[in-house]
Design a protein around this ligand. Structure first.
Ligand code: MN
Length: 225
């Protein structure tokens, strides 16, 4: 046994729908601009470039039903409703045909974003890490084993509809995302992939409750204290 200078932090885990065992998280990857209407609202082009990626630390995970403080260093916290893939196998250079077998299950997610810091980073050609990978920035519901639902993705804030899209409207399918990402890094069981958000992203304020829903999956709900 290796002696440690202080106890290692426990592995971050998420609940699994219908099972007592929990899903251990390794890393969190996120896809940028994967719905044409959101690419347009962010001032970009729709859908001709290959997918691009950024990441969040695993300990940024917030379980559905949590209350979190309004994050520091921003006055423009945004919600981004997304489908999350839970990877269950190790694999590099995975073909699109082999990619579906890498998926263990699916969850709803909210890629919380400090939009003002992201705009500053874009303008200065700097990394997005502090806009995307801050504490408590990855709200995720329970992971449901099995195939992807062909369903609607919705986001409401205090009950008012903000985002709505069909999952099949994604520019890059889950299989295409896994194939592309696995050319860049070796994927590992426990990795999560946020698959991008449709149009309608907007601000969250203190006191708001934001609920991301996908039919058939547990919602990813967070309250801002
Ligand atoms: Mn996103």
């Amino acid at each position: 046994m290796v002696a440690l200078v202080f106890p290692a932090l426990p592995t971050v885990t998420l609940p699994v729908t219908g099972r007592a065992e929990r899903f251990p998280i390794r890393r969190i990857f996120c896809v940028g601009r994967n719905y044409a209407d959101h690419a347009k609202e962010m001032g970009g082009d729709s859908g001709k470039e290959p997918p691009f990626f950024f990441s969040k630390p695993a300990d940024a995970i917030v379980e559905s039903g949590s209350r979190i403080p309004y994050p520091p260093a921003t006055t423009n916290l945004h919600h981004e409703a997304e489908l999350v893939l839970a990877i269950g196998k190790n694999g590099a250079m995975v073909s699109e045909a082999d990619a579906p077998a890498m998926i263990w299950g699916h969850a709803t997610g909210n890629d919380l974003t400090r939009r003002d810091l992201q705009a500053e980073a874009k303008a200065a050609r700097r990394p997005w890490d502090m806009a995307k990978g801050f504490d408590k920035s990855a709200v995720v519901g329970a992971i449901r084993p099995g195939p992807m639902p062909d369903a609607m993705l919705r986001c409401t804030v205090n009950g008012a509809l903000r985002q709505e899209a069909r999952l099949s409207d994604m520019i890059w399918s889950p299989a295409a995302i896994i194939a592309a990402l696995s050319q860049l890094v070796s994927l590992s069981a426990g990795d999560l992939i946020f698959t991008g958000t449709p149009a309608g992203v907007g601000a969250l304020n203190r006191g708001d409750t934001c609920k991301v829903e996908i039919d058939g999956l547990q919602s990813a709900t967070v309250a801002i204290a």
